[in-house]
Structure formats: C-alpha cells, structure tokens
Ligand binder design. Structure first.
Ligand SMILES: [Ca+2]
Ligand SMILES: [Ca+2]
Ligand SMILES: [Ca+2]
Ligand SMILES: [Ca+2]
Length: 446
C-alpha cells in the first residue's frame, strides 16, 4: 500500500511539473507572438481586410503624436469617430490610407482608399485649413529616394458617402502649421531644399486654402539661405498684424543660423525684414544646437546668438588657455532691431547655465578652470585689466556629507543627489553688490 502511495505521489508530481511547464511555455509563446487585436481595433481590422481583399501589413506613423496604424478621429463633427488606417500590401511597397466609418448598427465599413506618396507614413497630424470647423488630415510620407525630403498630403472635406478630397501633395524639407492672418483657419509653410545642378536651392512657400478651387494653393514664395542643409525647427509669433517665422537652419555639423521671415495678415506675403544693415542669418550664426524659443516667457520668441566674453577663457590642467568663452545672447526682433532679452554663459558640460546681467558688460570677466571645475568671476578695472576675484562657483560631485552645515546654508547654490554647486563670494564681490541670492537666481540647472 505504501509503495502504491509513493508511485501515486511521483505521478502527481510529474503531472504538476508538466502543467507548470505548459503554462510557462504558453506565457513565453504569447510574448513572442504579436499582440492580438481586440475590441474596436479587431472589428476595424476585419473590415479593412475584407475591403482590401489581399494580405496587408499595418503601418504605424514613424514619428509624431500618433503611433498607431489605426487612429480614431471625428472628421465630420457628427460626434462619432471615424478611423484612419495605414497599411501596405504584401505585394507592393506603397502605403495606403483607408478611412473607415460605422453604419447605423455600429458596423465598420471602408469609405475609401488612397495610395500615399511614399513607402512609409512619416507622421500624421490634424488642422482645420479650409476653415469649415472640421479637421483636415495631414500625412507626411517617407520617400525612399530622399533622406532629407518628404511629401506632405492634406485630405479633407470628409463625407461617409465619398470619403476625403486630396487638397495638396507637396515635396518639403520642413513644414510648419500656422494661422498667419489669425482668422481661425490654418496656413501651411513649407521650406524646401532641392538640388539645382551642382548646388542646392532653398525656398520658403506659404500655402492657403483656395475656396473656389477647393484646393490648398501657393500664395507666396521666397528664396531662403542656400547654405542651410536641413531645418532643426520652425516656430512663429505675432507682433500686431505681423506674423513672424523663425527658421533654425543647420549649416554644418556644428553650426546653426536663424532665418527670420514676416507675413502680414492683409496679403499673406512672405518677406525678410532688415535689421539695420545686419543680416539676421549672419547675426545668429552660432555653434551648438540651440533653437529659437520664448526663453523669457514673455510671449515673443527670442533668437540665440553667440558673443565673445572679453577677457574670459577656459584654462586647462596646465593653466594654459584652452578656449575663449562665449555668452549665448537671446534677442527679440522688434521694430527693426535685435533687442537682447537674456544672456547666459553655457556650462553644459558642468550641467548649468549662468545668467550674465547686462550691466556686467565690460566690468566682469570669467575664467573656467577645467582642473578645479571652478568658474571664477573677476572684476575688470578702469584700465581694462583683470583685477580682484568677485566670486567663484565650484562643481562638486559626491555626497553632501563633505559639506559643513554652514556651507550648505550659506554657500550652496544648487544641490541634488550627487551634484553640488558651491559658491564663494569674496569681500570684493560683496562690495560689488553680489549676494548668494543673486547667484542662486542666475543659476539654471540643465
Ligand atoms: Ca464622425
Ligand atoms: Ca477643415
Ligand atoms: Ca489663417
Ligand atoms: Ca520671449
């Protein structure tokens, strides 16, 4: 009897082991397989499969806000979402866009199918360009024959009977949606760099909806800087009835420029404003990757530029000058002038920016000591010579245990888990009017 019981126990163990094996294997298997579509997505997929009638591969936009092959959006303002689906046929490279809607029973059906202008969907976005209060679909298509250019297509005027109307299909290098005349409907700005013989031609093109043609058409065009090879960013702001466009162009692996364009609300014409004989692009030529932004959050965009900080330098371990120091100056274009709004020294390798007040110009110089990881600020005397040290900021890593309570309370500018910035203000600095609170407010951790 005992023997029979042991055999039964062994059999039970083997059975249990096998069951857990199977469970584990099933879990692994479900990880390997692509997740199955469920719910609405499954119904859409079935309708799409049925409508196409041959094997398909779903396509997901490669970048941007929408990272799904099925995007639900109410295109006709009837408070029920339609579905925009992207796919490719297994038999060809072209990407298709299919729009699906639901009937009165809530059953999905395909309204229409469009072949896109590329081999992949680069991005998807929505905007009302014809001003009918409904969103148009903006799709950018990746084209295999070009690394830098893509196609932009806009589809609109959706109805469940006839689907969408194609309103534009344009080659572009960078595009930007804006409402230049502030009338509530969007315009499109496209920057295009195209080969022209041995060189390149860059142009800026503004497109607006033409009601009688029911198309989005070119309204203004101008030549852009041919030294730009791509655009890092485009943004815009307004001053009165003028809309300003800021194009951050990449001119080399290390340098960028900003091109400034204006569009007046009355005629939607593009033009380049002049800045007291100075070219904005030349003014804004700068190393690094800064792009225009509203740096001081006053509602207007500032353009970054670099300016040499006189008498200042970085010194290496042997106390030899290793590089000049530059201040990043953020200026706003206003009434034909570049007005500095914010200036800082970028110590991105040490994890911070330090604001240089306007009134320090010509009075203070800086030494960045690479060996001690110390930034020293000196007063410049009336003869233009470097004199007393006003203050310094040390970049220190490690735990805060190395600092005294007094240091933590009176000298610490910024401190986190393992990075600390400790200041020392000399008597000369105190006489100059510098307080620890000034250093704390001028310090920007990045
Ligand atoms: Ca709808
Ligand atoms: Ca619309
Ligand atoms: Ca508009
Ligand atoms: Ca601003």
């Amino acid at each position: 009897m005992k023997q029979k019981l042991s055999i039964l126990a062994i059999l039970l163990c083997v059975l249990l082991l096998c069951t857990s094996c199977t469970t584990r294997l099933a879990a692994v298997d479900s990880l390997i397989r692509a997740p199955k579509l469920t719910g609405v997505n499954l119904q859409v997929q079935q309708s799409l499969d049925q409508s196409v009638g041959e094997p398909i591969i779903l396509k997901t936009p490669l970048s941007g806000e929408y990272s799904s092959a099925f995007v639900y959006r109410d295109l006709d303002n009837d408070l029920v979402n339609e579905c925009i689906a992207f796919y490719a046929l297994q038999s060809s490279d072209s990407v298709h866009m299919n729009i699906l809607d639901t009937d009165q029973e809530g059953v999905w059906f395909s309204v229409g199918d469009t072949v896109g202008s590329g081999s992949d969907v680069a991005s998807l976005t929505f905007a009302d360009i014809d001003g009918n209060g409904r969103d148009e679909i903006l799709v950018t298509w990746q084209i295999p024959e070009s690394k830098s250019n893509q196609y932009l297509s806009v589809y609109g005027q959706y109805s469940s009977d006839s689907g969408v109307v194609s309103m534009i299909n344009e080659l572009y290098t960078a595009f930007h949606i804006l409402d230049a005349d502030a009338d509530g409907s969007a315009e499109l700005f496209l920057a295009v760099i195209e080969a022209a013989g041995d060189s390149y031609l860059a142009s800026g093109r503004l497109f607006d909806y033409h009601a009688s043609h029911q198309q989005i058409e070119l309204v203004s065009e101008m030549v852009l800087d041919p030294s730009v090879t791509s655009y890092a960013n485009i943004c815009h702001d307004y001053e009165g009835s003028i809309c300003r466009l800021y194009l951050d162009g990449v001119v080399s692996e290390t340098h960028r420029i900003t091109e400034l364009l204006e569009i007046s609300a009355s005629d939607l014409r593009l033009r380049a404003p002049s800045v007291h004989d100075e070219d904005v692009a030349a003014f804004s030529l700068r190393p690094g990757t800064d792009i225009c932004s509203d740096i001081n959050r006053d509602g207007y965009i500032e353009i970054p530029s670099y300016s040499l900080l006189p008498g200042s330098a970085a010194i290496d371990r042997d106390n030899a000058v290793s590089e000049d120091l530059y201040v990043t100056v953020w200026s706003r274009f206003s009434s034909g002038d570049m007005v500095p709004a914010y200036r800082y020294l970028s110590l991105s390798d040490w994890g911070y920016y330090f604001e240089i007040p306007d009134d320090w110009s010509g009075k203070v110089c800086v030494v960045k000591d690479l060996k001690l990881q110390r930034l020293r600020f000196y007063q410049i005397d009336e003869n233009g010579n470097t004199s007393h040290m006003l203050f310094c900021i040390d970049w220190i890593q490690g735990s805060t245990r190395q600092f005294s309570e007094e240091q933590m309370r009176e000298n610490m500018i910024y401190s986190d888990d393992n990075q600390h910035y400790l200041a020392l203000i000399t008597n000369y600095g105190a006489d100059f009017g510098i307080e620890i609170s000034d250093l704390i407010s001028g310090f920007i951790k990045i």
